[in-house]
Ligand binder design. Structure first.
Ligand code: S6P
Ligand code: ZN
Length: 191
């Protein structure tokens, strides 16, 4: 493998802005409209406010190949689609036996993890929480608070990202707001 020059970057712990970032991904409602359970709420938001920004990912410019350790920060803006909190698309790693580390930086949220057989686990996150995504678990994060939920992630360079499986099957559980609390409920559309 070729030698790479050591370098550092600057991370704003409050906003999640990473500089330099090789890419900033902006995920809007149109990128994931079928992932939210309440289709009427999705339609209403498009009519009333357009294509809402749900989350941003600052990608740290590390090659996605074996031996490297890519990393990113994610900022999920607060809000709900119907009763369901703003969330990331969620994915498996293409190489399922690749794990990942998350570090909560600001706001509050949940990490939802799911295995192939539909088992779901929920890990609470906030500033200072280190969460481990073991290999074989799909992972999605959810902002359950009223301010941006920001976290840092680092994963093995050869992990790869499989979005299609979650796009097709969904997560078995939804995180919804009920009487002011974040509650897990069954996803009626889970396949
Ligand atoms: C990558 C890592 C995160 C997510 C980011 C956005 O392995 O888990 O950087 O990419 O939180 O989520 P998603 O599901 O849209 O990639
Ligand atoms: Zn991942």
């Amino acid at each position: 493998m070729e030698l790479m020059e050591p370098f550092s970057s600057t991370l704003d712990l409050q906003t999640g802005i990473l500089e330099p970032a090789s890419q900033v991904l902006r995920r809007r409602l149109s990128d994931m409209k079928d992932m939210y359970a309440d289709a009427d709420a999705v339609k209403r938001i498009f009519e009333q406010e357009g294509d809402r920004l749900i989350y941003e990912v600052y990608v740290g410019g590390i090659p996605e190949v074996e031996g490297h350790m890519p990393h990113s920060t994610t900022t999920i803006h607060p809000g709900r689609i119907g009763d369901e909190f703003h969330m990331t698309k969620g994915h498996y790693h293409v190489k399922r036996d690749r794990a990942e580390i998350y570090l909560g930086l600001a706001g509050q949220g949940c990490l939802l993890l799911q295995t192939d057989d539909g088992t779901v686990r929920r890990v609470e996150m906030r500033r200072g929480i280190v969460a481990y995504v073991p290999h074989f678990w799909a992972h999605r994060t959810v902002n359950t608070g009223g301010v941006p939920f920001v976290f840092f992630a680092a994963w093995p360079g050869d992990a790869g990202h499989d979005y299609a499986t979650i796009e097709q099957r969904g997560f078995a559980k939804l995180l919804i707001s009920q009487y002011g609390r974040a509650v897990l409920t069954d996803n009626p559309r889970y396949k």
